[in-house]
Design a protein around this ligand. Structure first.
Ligand SMILES: N[C@@H](CCC(=O)N[C@@H](CS)C(=O)NCC(=O)O)C(=O)O
Length: 206
């Protein structure tokens, strides 16, 4: 039995929900009421002392952190499809997991925290500047490829997708990044794709 502890507006929780859905795995959704401070209560801190969602519990194994959960699910249930084994492609995928915790966290994720959740500890000017930097980089990277790495969808796409697609929540427009807009639509067309508030499921094609 898999349980996912998260919140419906959390892009990090959504990363795990999205891969669970793409892998067509059954799981129980355990809502953690962040607004009521449930993530700082002893029961939750026993699962993740950092007091953050998401946390995935698979039988006796508890894993905190969205990127760690993606690695776990991809390797445990997805064979090589979502996470390659060979050293070079693996390192290319891991680079994007790292970018989510760096440039994307400091950029569009922070701008969203500022505008949607009224976070007071965000330097908005810096978040906008970091967003422009990483969006330009990803747009250029996608100029001659459909997916971030390996010529197919991997957890590099799943980890980076949510806070890029949610950039408009942080008043960061994606209009001048056409390759990113096309990539977002491509991800939405993956079989068993699921959305979240701010990321609507694509209309069926054909
Ligand atoms: N590095 C963690 C960050 C998780 C994170 O920032 N979670 C947010 C929700 S998206 C949270 O729980 N915030 C509450 C807090 O930090 O107190 C991950 O990638 O999962």
């Amino acid at each position: 039995m898999i349980r996912l502890y998260g919140h419906e507006l959390s892009g990090n929780s959504y990363k795990a929900r999205l891969l669970l859905s793409l892998l067509e795995l059954d799981y129980e959704w355990m809502k953690v009421d962040l607004l009521a401070g449930a993530h700082k209560k002893p029961e939750f801190l026993a699962l993740n002392p950092f007091g953050q969602v998401p946390v995935l519990v698979d039988e006796d194994t508890a894993i905190a952190d969205a990127q760690a959960i993606l690695v776990y699910l991809a390797r445990q249930y997805g064979g090589e499809e979502w996470l390659p084994i060979a050293a070079e492609p693996l390192s290319r995928v891991v680079r994007w997991l790292s970018i989510t915790a760096g440039e994307i966290r400091q950029g569009p994720e922070s701008a969203r925290l500022y505008h949607l959740f009224k976070a007071t500890n965000i330097n908005l000017e810096r978040a906008i500047q970091r967003s422009e930097f990483i969006l330009t980089q990803i747009n250029n990277h996608l100029a001659d490829r459909e997916w971030l790495e390996c010529g197919r969808s991997t957890i590099a796409d799943i980890a980076t997708f949510p806070y890029i697609a949610l950039a408009p929540d942080g008043e960061i427009s994606l209009d001048s990044y056409p390759n990113i807009l096309a990539w977002i639509e491509r991800i939405k067309q993956l079989p068993s794709f699921t959305g979240m508030p701010g990321i609507e499921t694509a209309a069926a094609v054909g």
